[in-house]
Design a protein around this ligand. Structure first.
Ligand code: SAH
Length: 249
């Protein structure tokens, strides 16, 4: 199995593939001020197994196009959508966020939780803008520094993992530079990382290792995930995912 196949296998049965929460999805939705009763068009980019897609569908009348690179995740979302009677309003599409086949100004709202880092925040907000109607909203969560300085160990780790990690003010600046009016932001609380992401992942480690006969690659992946988790436990006051909500002007 390749590294990416192992990564998918570790994460595909999880409710979420990144830090987040239903309450936070709803809060970001409220910040957009869109009318939930209108039949709006929404794109959910890097949807994973779609915890937030379901929340968006349940709290609006929107039709949502949910995009991910990996069919394993999309199949989970399709099953959940069907079980919840939301199939009519959730369409899945397997494609890369870097080469979306959307039309110009197709969407009222572009959503992306814990995923834009795959192509980089700046490139994402810049390239996705053309798919938004004028006056449409972008709501993305992005890992960000919460303070101006922090322990070197933390800076070294995250700058190697994600070159674009930066302060909230810098992220807001990027939105402004690319033609968006920022309308709000908020920091995801520790329970979004621990209760909704790391703890359930930790509970899957043993079965995952067994399934893969304790292979070297499977063990390496678990070590990597544990390292990230330990760093969060140690330094959580210095960084988090932050939800950014902005309007295309
Ligand atoms: N939004 C979900 C998943 C976040 S994890 C949640 O919050 O739970 C990041 C997701 O981005 C994964 O599902 C991964 O498969 C997807 N992804 C990674 N690279 C991608 C790409 N180039 N295009 C589309 N999706 C991608």
């Amino acid at each position: 199995m390749t590294e990416i196949e192992l990564l998918i296998d570790l994460h595909k049965d999880a409710k979420r593939q990144g830090p987040g929460g239903e309450e936070q999805t709803k809060r970001a939705l409220e910040l957009t001020t869109i009318d939930a009763n209108e039949k709006l068009k929404v794109a959910d980019i890097g949807c994973g197994s779609g915890a937030q897609t379901i929340t968006l569908a349940q709290n609006t009348q929107a039709t949502i196009t949910a995009v991910d690179l990996f069919p394993e995740f999309l199949e989970k979302l399709e099953q959940n959508a069907e079980d919840l009677g939301l199939k009519e309003r959730i369409v899945t599409r397997k494609e890369s966020m870097e080469e979306l086949s959307f039309g110009a100004e197709e969407f009222d709202l572009i959503w992306s939780e814990g995923a834009i880092y795959n192509m980089g925040f700046e490139r994402g907000v810049k390239e996705w803008k053309r798919f938004l109607k004028k006056g449409g909203y972008l709501a993305v969560s992005e890992i960000s520094w919460l303070t101006a300085s922090r322990p070197q160990e933390l800076t070294t780790y995250w700058e190697a993992a994600y070159r674009e990690i930066d302060a909230i003010s810098a992220k807001i600046g990027v939105l402004e530079q690319h033609g968006y009016a920022p309308v709000g932001h908020f920091v995801l609380p520790p329970k979004c990382w621990l209760n909704h992401y790391y703890t359930p992942m930790q509970e899957r480690f043993e079965a995952f290792l067994q399934k893969h006969n304790n292979s070297k690659q499977a063990r390496a992946l678990v070590v990597e995930e544990k390292k990230e988790m330990e760093l969060y436990q140690k330094y959580q006051e210095y960084y988090s995912y932050v939800f950014y909500i902005a309007q295309k002007i």
